[in-house]
Design a protein around this ligand. Structure first.
Ligand code: PMP
Length: 356
């Protein structure tokens, strides 16, 4: 198995995905690997993306720096006008750009932890100070507790709705209360399609609300790097001024546009993932040494009791199942399982039972 671990797996999978949807399955099956470590979408992109790539002829052309067609398509999908939308090379890039826009050295970025690691990463790259207010035992938080950490240096708030890696959802009421402070608030909706809960309709109402989304999870385009954000008009102007003009490449633009023409197909896969998530949750809850946390996303976080999570990760890896291990003061001895196909769930559950 080691021989086929990353980067070989990525190379194999990328090659196979270009050839046919079935080929990726074949390779993964032949290698015996369930890749459940990075919250990707096992069903891959819409078949329309593969058809578009078969006749793709824009590799030598720079992308449209104004993202005109992509923004138009995103306006149709989100209900937010095109002039309030900016796309980036994954939502990661938009997180970076927003931190650059709002944070000068010494300024503070506020969030509830544990959460998505890139908020801290980009804050510190911009010489900002990352302030993480600890979530409670169940990884929830109240707006009052979060806002008690606001200082005159707080310049930006990130809230992942739902949160990664915990899967916990936060209420729209909580977001509203944070918005009432007037601080710039980024609601990261990377997993929106798995929940249906969104702040997008509020964009016109709050001048301090920003929403981030991605094609990586629901649309199966993680490798192509397409994310976008919904912003107040002045933030769009300022982002346009600092973003790399060609930040979303022509293949990614084509794939995103094709995805938006095939929403029903992609959402049927989202529904499969959500029902598989519920089945996996029930099974994990029935395994004595595991405590799964309810999730609104495409993964489940699990506390490991009385066993070493790192060792379980290694055992699973030797048996061809890749999962994510977490060990930090706030998350001691945890594993996170991305949701795969029913066969992946069966295999994961069988191996976890065997370990028990
Ligand atoms: N936000 C959250 C909460 C995420 O979990 C992720 C992906 N792991 C991202 C943003 C980044 O997504 P993208 O692939 O669009 O950069």
């Amino acid at each position: 198995l080691k021989k086929f671990m990353r980067p070989e797996l990525d190379r194999f999978a990328g090659y196979a995905a270009c050839k046919s949807p079935e080929a990726l399955d074949d390779v993964t099956r032949a290698l015996g690997i369930c890749k459940l470590d990075a919250n990707e979408n096992v069903y891959g992109p819409s078949p329309r993306v593969r058809s578009a790539f078969a006749s793709f002829n824009d590799a030598h052309i720079y992308p449209d720096s104004c993202q005109t067609e992509l923004r138009k398509a995103l306006a149709g999908y989100t209900g937010v006008p095109a002039d309030r939308i900016v796309a980036g090379s994954g939502s990661d890039q938009l997180i970076d750009l927003l931190v650059r826009l709002f944070i000068s050295p010494g300024d503070e970025v506020l969030t509830a932890t544990p959460t998505f690691a890139m908020y801290k990463f980009f804050t510190e790259l911009s010489a900002g100070k990352f302030i993480g207010v600890p979530r409670d035992q169940d990884f929830n938080f109240t707006p009052e507790k979060l806002l008690s950490a606001v200082s005159n240096k707080t310049k930006l708030v990130f809230i992942a709705m739902p949160n990664n890696p915990t899967g916990t959802q936060v209420s729209k009421r909580t977001i509203e209360k944070i918005l009432e402070t007037g601080l710039p608030v980024v609601v990261d909706e990377a997993y929106y399609e798995f929940t249906g809960q969104t702040m997008a309709p509020e964009i016109g109402k709050h001048p301090n609300l920003m929403v981030l989304r991605t094609f990586s999870k629901w649309a199966g385009l993680a490798g192509l790097r397409v994310g976008y954000g919904l912003f107040p008009e002045d933030v769009v102007t300022r982002l346009d001024a600092i973003k790399d003009p060609y930040c979303v490449n022509t293949a990614a633009v084509a794939a995103a546009r094709e995805s938006l023409k095939d929403i029903d197909y992609l959402m049927s896969n989202v529904r499969l993932i959500v029902s598989e998530r519920e089945r996996l949750f029930q099974a994990l809850a029935g395994i004595e040494y595991l405590k799964p946390y309810p999730s609104a996303a495409n993964f489940i976080l699990c506390k490991i009791n009385g066993k070493d999570a790192a060792e379980i990760q290694r055992v699973l890896e030797r048996r061809g199942i890749l999962v994510r291990y977490f060990n930090s003061p706030q998350m001691e001895n945890y594993l996170r399982f991305s949701i795969g196909r029913p066969g992946d769930t069966d295999r994961l559950i069988a191996q976890l039972r065997k370990i028990g």
